[in-house]
Design a protein around this ligand. Structure first.
Ligand SMILES: Cc1cc2nc3c(=O)[nH]c(=O)nc-3n(C[C@H](O)[C@H](O)[C@H](O)COP(=O)(O)O)c2cc1C
Length: 212
């Protein structure tokens, strides 16, 4: 698939905004143009979890600075209420869309076909154009309604993923666990990434419960 087509990345207000930020960092470092959407909920979670407070008028640049990315990176931040934005139209071609992390609120809206926020409209467009759409959920346990909404999205062709790192790659840090999840997200879109050690790849054994 062409790298020059933009990738749509939405970050919403589920716990784990670090996944979305790491994905953005990886995409930019891979010279992948990104159409970025960040919900208000995501900004609240970033503040709570990472201590990040961005000014609404300078969100794009402050995010790039935080991720140590150049300000001239091919990242376009879209306004949540801009229905004239590129990603609101199916004729604007993209490589696909990932909602990382995806809150249950956004899951419900997308599964119901709502379009009152640009994230929902972009997801609806991605589905109707038969492009890959991935939602990375983070909740425990899942309620019955959300499980049905996941089925609805899966039936519609979306990739329903959960932010659940494996342990078979023997993570030693939070960063290792984040990279596992982000690497598996990238796998779904065909990005040839090496963010984590795959099953049967060589890795050092972890020393769990040392001293016990
Ligand atoms: C610190 C914090 C953690 C949250 N974690 C989750 C979560 O893991 N999953 C979830 O679905 N919602 C979570 N929420 C709630 C959502 O942020 C909230 O439902 C919000 O309205 C989602 O809106 P959005 O999808 O437009 O970002 C969390 C909220 C806060 C403040």
């Amino acid at each position: 698939m062409s790298n020059s087509l933009p990738f749509v990345l939405a970050i919403t207000g589920a716990s784990g905004s670090i996944y979305g930020l790491r994905l953005l960092q990886y995409l930019v470092e891979s010279n992948q143009p990104v159409e970025l959407l960040v919900s208000r909920g995501a900004q609240t979670v970033m503040k709570e979890e990472l201590g990040l407070v961005f000014s609404p008028d300078n969100l794009r640049n402050e995010l790039l600075q935080y991720l140590e990315l150049p300000l001239d990176a091919p990242v376009v931040l879209q306004r949540m209420d801009d229905y004239g934005a590129s990603v609101a139209s199916g004729s604007y071609r993209t490589r696909g869309m990932a909602i990382v992390p995806c809150s249950l609120g956004t899951l419900g809206a997308v599964a119901s076909g709502l379009t009152e926020k640009l994230i929902y409209r972009a997801a609806a467009v991605t589905l109707k154009e038969k492009r890959p759409l991935l939602v990375l959920l983070r909740e425990m346990p899942f309620g019955h309604i959300q499980l049905k909404q996941m089925m609805t999205l899966s039936d519609a062709g979306a990739i329903v993923a959960s932010a659940s790192p494996g342990f078979y790659h023997k993570p030693r840090s939070i960063s290792d666990m984040v990279d596992f999840v982000v690497g598996r997200v990238l796998d779904q879109f065909g990005f040839d990434n090496h963010l984590f050690k795959r099953w049967k790849e060589e890795s050092a054994p972890i020393k769990l419960l040392q001293g016990r």
